[in-house]
Design a protein. Structure first.
Lengths: 471, 295
């Protein structure tokens, strides 16, 4: 019944027949998102085929650069955004069309969304008043929340008189008093300064534990996601890139995007040449694990199959977009340009839609062709690969205890960032800008010539077109 | 050094200009207020003077006359000024009409700002478009409408046409649109109905827009003469409004004899507006408070 396509009106009728609830008893997840798509009325698709099961009391972080669809996903769970297709279950109840207030969720907004005309007590009590709870109970619950959040002396203050951290705590309190089973948090810490942010991180984790709630936490800050969540969902351009425990995501990224997005400073990526089972850059040959050439071979054979299947696919465009979304994460850089004054702006009507669709389809087929060609080239034993190594896995050549160190790399230090007991060294290696994080007592300064080695076990290899990891 | 001096000069010039404009604006009013205490004959001898020329020329006759002709005397039917009725009618029209309009306009504005119904932007643009039609064009149809509704020759006919105004909806909607959406969404998730969101969240934050619109609406209704003449011009004098009544008084007294009377009536008409303006002004400033949202 749930997977059948129905209009909103029909769905409402079905709901009415079933006492406003559609329950799927087979689900073990507390919050379950199945094949969820979100297409805005203007045709922009923000979320593609989102699948995720969230266990009770789990702390899940959705993380990704801005515009990756994480907030949209959260808002769909909250009921603030309509779900275009797919199914959402909260506590086994089909919730696609359930009004937010009946979903048993509480949300913390980035802007805190405190009512400026109400004092702290009334702000926290607002949701309970709307639910027409008895006054005594409201008081009890508010005081309980106030105790957890240590807001005691602020109860009669207006939001204007609070600091950012205090406003944040009030916003948390408002979610807390609801005794909701799911907490949704939309970048709750991004308006705080760095020190307070670290403090509030711990606070939120504590609240999550004490309230025994399930939390879905949206952030663009990968450090926040790594430190707080039981599980991370990394998104880009509307696609899930990887779901996993923070450590797994860090150690075994599934594609280039995850590899470069997670970790700070981000992973060094080098475009290397591949020929006859050997990977090298200029004259430097990368030592690979034994039997890795075979792995490369089998990876591309597998990929060939899936790419040929794509040829017949109806929504090729989506697949291409998915492949593209897995590529290197580049922090958006400001472009400098003197703004031009426009006195007149002419706009012409767009060409007929059908024509555009046709060219788009042709473009997609061309792109696919490009992928297949690259794939063929790799299979024939020649081509290019991305190699990734995290800055943390560089060591000074004369000062390491690695089992499998790489060959020495001699570089000149271009810049040093001192972080207390460790250095971040910026250097160029065959024209690639790279960073190394070195934990070592002895000082390194700009202009020094040093020899570095890296941990061979920590070298990641990625396909150049799809960005997928080869392992 | 030079920049602060330049600033000072700019400030001084601005101050002087504003003072001159203020004086020019205030002069007729001051002249009128003082004039309402001068004997009619005094005007002929010293028209440019502000004050009564001598103590004898000071009088309260204008006000006395205005408040003394409240009884209907068939022989002097042209000099029947039921001013208390007029005041009452004016208050009903101005306050009642404004309040009714504020309710309608703010509900409409809420819908346009926060509710997602089909074609809501197109309907809004259409309404805005109707503002381009000059009011004079709709006068005759409105008159026919009022007649059909049985509101001709009654103060209801003064209230009803104003309730369909677009400008207030536009003004209040623009103000509501500045209220952060998060607040509305949060309230909705807390289980608040639209009515409760409107009264508990939107209204407290958007009240200054309502004060502004209320002030404009009140002044418009209070000072309205043209439409009043069409609707209640032929009605018994007891259903007139103050503005129209005073207009009739000044129309009937073109001779210098009644200048005092005319000016006195003008002062009377001015007082409520002054009070309303003073109250609303302080409220508007009070209402423009921080929204309490960190951005």
């Amino acid at each position: 019944m749930i997977n059948k396509k129905v209009t909103k009106k029909e769905a409402n009728e079905i709901l009415k027949e079933n006492n406003n609830r559609l329950v799927d008893e087979t689900l073990t997840d507390f919050v379950s998102l199945q094949n969820i798509n979100k297409i805005y009325p203007n045709g922009f698709q923000a979320v593609y085929d989102f699948n995720l099961g969230i266990k009770p009391r789990e702390f899940v972080a959705l993380v990704g650069p801005s515009g990756c669809g994480k907030s949209t996903t959260l808002r769909m769970v909250a009921g603030l955004e309509e779900i275009t297709s797919g199914a959402l279950f909260i506590d086994k109840v089909y919730s696609n069309y359930l009004p937010s207030k009946d979903r048993d969720i509480a949300m913390v907004f980035q802007s805190y969304a405190l009512y400026p005309q109400l004092n702290v007590y009334d702000n926290i009590a607002f949701g309970l008043k709307m639910r027409r709870l008895p006054k005594e109970e409201i008081k009890e619950r508010v005081f309980a929340a106030v105790k957890i959040l240590k807001l005691g002396e602020l109860l009669d203050r207006k939001p204007k008189q609070l600091s950012g951290g205090q406003m944040q705590r009030v916003a948390l309190g408002r979610a807390l008093v609801r005794n909701a089973r799911v907490f949704l948090m939309d970048e709750p810490l991004s308006n705080l300064d760095a020190k307070l942010r670290v403090q509030m991180r711990a606070e939120i984790m504590r609240i999550h534990r004490e309230a025994k709630a399930t939390t879905i936490y949206v952030t663009h800050d990968q450090t926040e996601a790594m430190t707080m969540a039981n599980r991370i969902v990394i998104m880009n351009k509307g696609f899930i890139q990887q779901v996993g425990k923070p450590m797994d995501v860090y150690n075994d990224p599934e594609n280039l995007f995850v590899a470069t997005f997670i970790g700070s400073p981000s992973m060094n990526v080098i475009k290397a040449n591949f020929k006859d089972g050997k990977v090298f850059y200029d004259k430097y040959e990368f030592a690979l694990k034994r039997g890795f050439a075979k792995k490369i071979q089998s990876f591309y054979e597998k990929q060939k199959e899936s790419l040929t299947l794509l040829k017949e696919s109806e929504n090729l465009n989506d697949h291409i977009k998915e492949i593209e979304s897995a590529n290197i994460y580049v922090r958006e850089q400001a472009t400098f340009e003197v703004p031009k004054k426009k006195w007149f702006k002419f706009s012409f009507k767009k060409k007929q839609k059908k024509e555009i669709d046709n060219t788009l389809e042709q473009d997609d087929h061309k792109t696919l062709e490009k992928y297949i060609n690259a794939n063929e080239k790799m299979l024939s034993g020649e081509g290019e690969l991305y190699l990734g190594i995290r800055p943390e896995y560089f060591y000074l050549a004369n000062h390491h205890n690695l089992e499998k160190p790489s060959k020495k790399i001699d570089v000149e230090v271009e810049m040093v960032e001192l972080l207390g007991n460790e250095f971040i060294i910026h250097f160029q290696w065959f024209g690639n800008y790279m960073q190394a994080k070195i934990i070592d007592g002895h000082p390194i300064s700009i202009g020094d010539n040093i020899s570095l080695v890296y941990d061979l076990d920590k070298l990641h290899v990625f396909d150049i077109e799809s960005g997928l990891v080869i392992k | 050094m030079s920049s602060t001096r330049g600033k000072k000069i700019t400030k001084t010039v601005a101050f002087i200009t504003l003072t001159i404009v203020c004086i020019l604006m205030l002069l007729p009013i001051v002249w009128g207020v003082f004039g309402s205490f001068r004997r009619s004959g005094d005007f002929t001898s010293y028209p440019a003077s502000f004050f009564p020329s001598k103590w004898d020329a000071f009088t309260l006759d204008g006000y006395r006359e205005l408040f003394s002709k409240t009884e209907y005397i068939p022989t002097h039917s042209n000099e029947y000024f039921p001013i208390w009725n007029w005041l009452f009618n004016s208050l009903i029209v101005a306050i009642g009409g404004t309040l009714l309009y504020l309710i309608i306009a703010s509900f409409a504005a809420y819908a346009f700002a926060f509710l997602d119904f089909k074609y809501h932007d197109k309907i809004f643009y259409f309404l805005i478009g109707t503002m381009t039609i000059p009011g004079i064009i709709s006068t005759t149809p409105q008159l026919i409408n009022m007649n059909m509704l049985g509101a001709y020759k009654s103060i209801l006919g003064l209230i009803l046409p104003g309730l369909g105004g677009v400008y207030g909806v536009f003004l209040i909607k623009q103000f509501f649109s500045n209220i952060p959406k998060d607040l509305i969404e949060n309230a909705r998730m807390d289980g608040a109905s639209n009515m409760r969101i409107f009264f508990n969240v939107v209204l407290p934050l958007g009240k200054s827009a309502l004060f502004v619109q209320g002030l404009f609406g009140f002044m418009g209704a209070w000072n309205d003469v043209q439409w009043a003449q069409l609707i209640i011009g032929n009605a018994p004098r007891t259903t007139w409004t103050l503005a129209y009544g005073l207009k009739v008084i000044s129309d009937n007294s073109e001779s210098y004899e009644a200048t005092t009377l005319v000016l006195a009536s003008a002062v009377i008409a001015m007082i409520p507006i002054l009070i309303v303006f003073l109250i609303a002004q302080s409220k508007i400033i009070e209402g423009v408070a921080s929204t309490g949202i960190k951005r």
